[in-house]
Structures are given as C-alpha cells and as structure tokens.
Design a protein around this ligand. Sequence first.
Ligand SMILES: Nc1ncnc2c1ncn2[C@@H]1O[C@H](COP(=O)(O)OP(=O)(O)O)[C@@H](O)[C@H]1O
Ligand SMILES: [Mg+2]
Length: 357
Amino acid sequence: MSLLKVVVLYGGKSTEHEVSVHSAQTVCQMLEAKADKYQIYPIFISKQGRWFLQQKCGPQTPQDLPVTPVLRDDAHLAALDGSWTLQADVVFPVLHGTNCEDGTMQGFLETLDVPYVGCGVLASAMGMDKEISKLMARQAGAPVLPYRIVSQFKPYDRADLESWTQKTGLPVFVKPVRLGSSVGVRKVKELAQLHEAVSFALQFDTDVMIEKGVDHAREIFCAIYGDETRVVSSACGELRTLAGEFFDYNAKYIVAGGCETKVPADILPQTAQKMRQDSERIFRALRGSGLARVDFLMDKDGAYYFSEINTLPGMSQTSLFPQLFEACGEDYGQILDRLIELARERHARKAALSLSR
Ligand SMILES: Nc1ncnc2c1ncn2[C@@H]1O[C@H](COP(=O)(O)OP(=O)(O)O)[C@@H](O)[C@H]1O
Ligand SMILES: [Mg+2]
C-alpha cells in the first residue's frame, strides 16, 4: 500500500502563531508514528506568510527549504529553487486564528483543489465571527447572552450603549468580533471604563461585541468531530482560571499553571447531555465538517450560554480537544485518522458534483 502524503501546515500570519506550532508538533509526532500509513511533510508558515518545508516540525530554522503553493496539475507545492515538488494527498491545517481558521486558508486550499482537514470556507468564516456564530447558535436553539455590536464604520451612540449596559448590568465583556486567544478582550466593571474598552477592542477588529458578563463564570467545553452525515461529541470538560479574573492571554499562555482543567466537568449529567446536544446542533447549523470545540459559560445557578466555537482548536497533547475525547475512551490517533478520511471523503463528494448544466 502506498503511503498517504500528508502536508501539515502550521504557524501562520496570526496572533496564535506560536500556539499553532505547539499544536502541530503533537499532530506531526502522532502521524509520523504511523509510518506504515503516512508520509508527513511539515510546512511552517512564517508571520510574514512565507512557506517553508521543515525536516522536523517546530519554530523556524535556517535549514528550512522555502517553498510555494502552486496551481499545477502535477504539484500543490514546489521549492522556490525548483529542487522539489509535491502532489499532496491531503493537507492538515493545524493553524489558529485570523488568516488561518477564518476561511481564508480554506478558500486557498479549495482553489488548490486539495483535500484538507477541518471545516470548509463558510463554517470557518462563520465560526470565527462571534456575532454570526451566536445568531446561528440561537437559531439552533442554544442559549446565548444579550449583546450589542459597535462598528468602526458608524459612530455609535455612546449614551445609548451606556443605558443598555446599565440595564443589562455590569460587568460586561468587550471583545473584537473576529479574534482569539483573548486578544483585545476586557472585562468592564464600571461604566467609566466602557468606551476605553470599546476603543481598545477596535484596534484589533472593525467590529466589537459588548456582551453581558457572567460574573465568575465557569467555562465548559465540548469537542466535536464528524461531518454532515454523523457528528460525534465528546465529554464536557471545565477549565478554571487561576491567574486573574477571567481567561485572558496571560492565564492562557504566559503564567505557568495559569489554568487547571477538569475532564469530565463536575456538572449535572443532564446538563452535560444538553450541552453536547447543543454543541452538535451548533456544529450542524454552521455546516461544520471535520472538527471543532464549542465553548460555554455557566453562571452560579447552573444556567449556561454558548460562548464561541473554534473550528481549529488547540491540538497539542495537553489541549482540551484530545483530553475531552480521551475521557470518552476514544483514541486521539484514531481521531486524527478519521479527520484525514473525512477530508478526503468531502473532497471526493465535491469533485463528483457536476460543473455543467
Ligand atoms: N460574557 C462573558 N462573561 C464572562 N466571561 C467572559 C464573557 N466573554 C468572555 N469572557 C471571558 O473572556 C475569555 C475570552 O473570551 P472569548 O469570547 O472566549 O474570546 P476568544 O476568542 O479570544 O477566546 C473567555 O474565555 C472568558 O474567560
Ligand atoms: Mg475563547
């Protein structure tokens, strides 16, 4: 049996570049262990957007070979000096955030006409947008918190936003609509901080969400894989922030031991069951395929709200995605196999569609 040529893409023009390299190291290691099945090509994307073939997945090194994606019948990738070409069987994007998880890369891979792991263009773009994904989640029957949107394109009515905030109650969370890793997110506890938090978030995105805050929220997560025909949800897990008042960038990546995970989460079985159902519904409503992690906020009375969906969640050994499935007795290596199969099946289904009338 010939080996399946798998390109693993990581890094990227994203604030989550380093997180992605970390995730990709695990994915490469796990796939390389299946040497009877896969030939792995680790491709690093620099923060400038340049592509490099690496000997071993990791941060950039002087030995990396500059390569470029190409639209050719016999190749998807070629070395800039012409010394190497590759016709990949599948691309595995282990990328997070803007330019990576938001449909941009997915559209590019569609144009290259190569099968790729994860959600397609539409689900990726909707998943990245906190407002659109909430509209879809609400439509699918999942609870969402009240919010307002402020846009760079239109001056907003400051008095109106203040009176909404007072009516809704403090704290509120102010965040860029399309970003991740808590970049630009502020918890506003006093009205006097509101407009500064909006201006701060507007530095990162043209649209900003002001959302009712769940004070001392519990953060619960559910992972998903599958496609239009069958969706599998994982156990629910909880992440507790030990550094700071909410799960900010510091707690996520800077402070060692900034957070603690509990899988499965200590919540009522019927709540966990309902969260799993909501996660599946949201994934379907977004026309998801491949994988995702669905994040919820829970208040002190046990009511929960859909917070966001990540269509390319963290995938390192210590990330929630593998842990949540391992808690259900599923093997991470087998899930990676399934994700590759799903990518190839979806590509084949699309290729079979007629292009003529
Ligand atoms: N409405 C909210 N109530 C309570 N905490 C919130 C709320 N919105 C965001 N947070 C806190 O901010 C963190 C980051 O916000 P999130 O919406 O998940 O954005 P990101 O895409 O950057 O992860 C969350 O993990 C949570 O700790
Ligand atoms: Mg989040």
